[in-house]
Design a protein. Sequence first.
Length: 168
Amino acid sequence: MATKLSTLMQEVPALRRLSAPLKRLQKLHDVYSDAVPNSLSKGSRVGYLDGATLVVIAHNGTIAANLRQRLPTLLSCVQSHISEVTGIRIEVQVGNFYTSAPNNRNAKRSMSSSGARSLDGLADVLPDSPLRQALKRLASRAEASDKNQPLKHVNEADSDEKHDKKPE
């Protein structure tokens, strides 16, 4: 028979002692989540209460810097709900185990045929240079990966229409 965690927290004395600090930490987290933008909330979390100082864990330096810029506003917002907090300290703890988003570095990317045509057209107006060669390569890769409507067929269809019309 399965027992609810809340029931265990009330019945087991060792767990009952953890209940009050966990509730206080949950309240701190709720107040913190409401005080910062969603993007910062996803990239950070409430760590612990060190005396009267709230320690916030940032997942990278950029988020930590952004939070440090917002410290006065953040502190006043937290203090309005929990007066015992007199300061906030930001710590950086790097690791991808905090994020639930998958790593998309190896994801297959594709370009539309119109994008490939635009790149190809831009390359045509550029002088011969490494940039022109890179744009041509990129456009040709997009052409090869676009199985629905390759760039070559689109250009042939355009040229067929031009040949069908008789000059007046």
